[in-house]
Design a binder for this molecule. Structure first.
Ligand SMILES: [Zn+2]
Length: 178
């Protein structure tokens, strides 16, 4: 049965011109972002946020502390490398500023080039006029603290549909391909 499912996924991807590498990569990224989102959603309560901040201040190894916090909050067992990524996100959350950073055209052009002139979700052709800058992990959670590695250029439709939904890339790369 499990093998059958694996073959069905392989077939679905192949039929739609999606490489397994891309699929695995997107899935993995989305899983980590979902864990981060879960912890952030708990921090809407001020005392939870304060408590976590305090734990980090007293912590000698912030990565191990992150690993423990993730396990306590979600029962998910992360390894060291994954905990490092989660810590990067959480650090961004704690230090984010309320002011949006302005990215100039060179950043936008650079991203469009990196994406071979295509929207990062639907693969539709984009240029500087038909695309918009998007924060992969939503700005409301990490601000601009993750730098340009958290940026992508999307066509206006994808950007509007994605909004604050960070798992959108995974959800839509199949059904929204042009
Ligand atoms: Zn698009």
């Amino acid at each position: 049965m499990i093998e059958e499912k694996a073959l069905a996924i392989d077939d679905l991807l192949e039929r739609n011109g999606i490489t397994k590498d891309f699929f695995m990569n997107e899935t993995y990224k989305c899983m980590l972002i979902s864990i981060f989102e879960t912890i952030v959603s708990e921090m809407t309560e001020d005392n939870v946020k304060k408590e976590l901040k305090k734990r980090y201040l007293c912590s000698a190894n912030k990565i191990i502390t992150t690993q423990k916090i993730v396990y306590e909050k979600t029962l998910c067992k992360l390894n060291y490398e994954e905990s490092k990524i989660l810590y990067k996100y959480l650090y961004a959350y704690f230090t984010k500023k309320n002011l949006r950073k302005k990215y100039d055209y060179s950043v936008r052009y650079g991203l469009i080039n990196k994406q071979n002139g295509k929207c990062n979700i639907c693969n539709h052709q984009i240029d500087i006029f038909t695309s918009e800058l998007d924060h992969i992990v939503p700005w409301t959670m990490v601000g601009d603290e993750l730098g340009t590695s958290n940026l992508q250029m999307l066509c206006k439709d994808c950007n509007r549909r994605k909004s604050k939904n960070s798992a959108y890339n995974l959800k839509m790369f199949l059904v929204n391909k042009y």
